[in-house]
Design a binder for this molecule. Structure first.
Ligand code: FAD
Length: 278
């Protein structure tokens, strides 16, 4: 049960949602967008989140698009993780999404919520970083389409009122060879200890990682190391760890040393698969 009262609004368009958001903030109300609702409801039930109003964005037509044409795949922000998996337009994204939470929860969790929510795992984000997806958003300045690698830095850098509307993936990138590994402590539905994804694009590895450190990342220096054929496998793995944006953190899922061992083994597998000898 949620122990506080709040107002519920349903928006039919992105314009209506943002207008309502700004109007409520002007009245000094705390507002949250409501997509799949799993995170909001979980936090509100535990009294870890409080709001005066929620604005449901699932009826915005652009947020429910899930289609592909000859050039690109478009995924609306309100598409559930199970729908992403079932359509399987981008196999790496399907593999990274089908391991999140359990099947019932994946019917509710939206791809937009997974990327913009406050939990740090954001496992569906990793394939989008390595495939250099674009994100379409709507805020006070209207619609904008930008590379996800520019918008994501530790978290999605959206303005308070800005809504993630769609994710657009280049069809060619969705067909590239890839590596994906998720490690959990016990049950498959646990939060991950580590989630690694890589794409091989023009013989170069694009690499993104979640859960090992405090936030997910894709990092140019690391990719330069992984693609440098003048150094040994051992050196690549050591230098990759040295170039993490923040150190590996210990938490309930595993100590630093254990997490590092899992990372080393997985990166070795990844390089075997995507780069052969190197
Ligand atoms: C039981 C459970 C298990 C989980 N397990 C995992 C896991 O294994 N791996 C993992 O990566 N994540 C996991 N998560 C995290 C989950 O992916 C996020 O909590 C996600 O935010 C839920 O999506 P939602 O659509 O339900 O979001 P909501 O609850 O609707 O929204 C969450 C937040 O995101 C914002 N938001 C949502 N959509 C948009 C949008 N389109 N534009 C702007 N802001 C938006 C909302 O304002 C809100 O602040 C789990 C969550 C739960 C509840």
């Amino acid at each position: 049960m949620i122990s506080f009262d709040f107002d519920y609004y349903q928006a039919e368009t992105a314009e209506e949602a943002v207008e309502k958001y700004l109007e409520l903030v002007d009245e000094n109300k705390s507002v949250s967008y409501f997509n799949g609702g799993t995170e909001i409801v979980t936090y509100a039930r535990k009294d870890k989140m409080n709001f005066d109003a929620v604005i449901d964005i699932k009826k915005i037509p652009e947020c429910s698009v899930l289609e592909e044409n000859d050039n690109e795949i478009t995924i609306g922000a309100s598409i559930s993780l199970n729908e992403v998996v079932e359509k399987n337009y981008f196999p790496l994204l399907s593999d990274s999404s089908k391991v999140i939470a359990d099947h019932t929860t994946r019917n509710q969790i939206t791809i937009g919520g997974n990327i913009t929510g406050r939990l740090p795992f954001k496992e569906a984000l990793l394939p989008l970083l390595v495939a250099e997806a674009q994100v379409k958003t709507y805020g006070q300045d209207g619609f904008k389409t930008r590379p996800i690698n520019e918008v994501f830095d530790k978290r999605m850098k959206l303005a308070k009122e800005e809504i993630l509307i769609q994710i657009i993936i280049d069809k060619e990138k969705s067909k590239l060879p890839y590596y994906q590994k998720r490690k959990v402590k016990q049950s498959e539905t646990d939060y991950p200890i580590m989630h690694m994804t890589a794409l091989k694009d023009n013989d170069e590895i694009k690499f993104a990682l979640s859960s090992l450190c405090a936030f997910p990342f894709r990092n140019k220096e690391i990719e330069n190391i992984l693609n440098d054929d003048s150094i040994t496998r051992e050196e690549k793995i050591d230098q990759t760890i040295e170039n993490f944006p923040v150190p590996i953190n210990s938490n309930l899922r595993g100590g630093k040393e254990y997490k590092e061992m899992i990372f080393r083994n997985s990166l070795n597998d990844c390089l075997d698969q995507l780069r052969g000898e190197n």
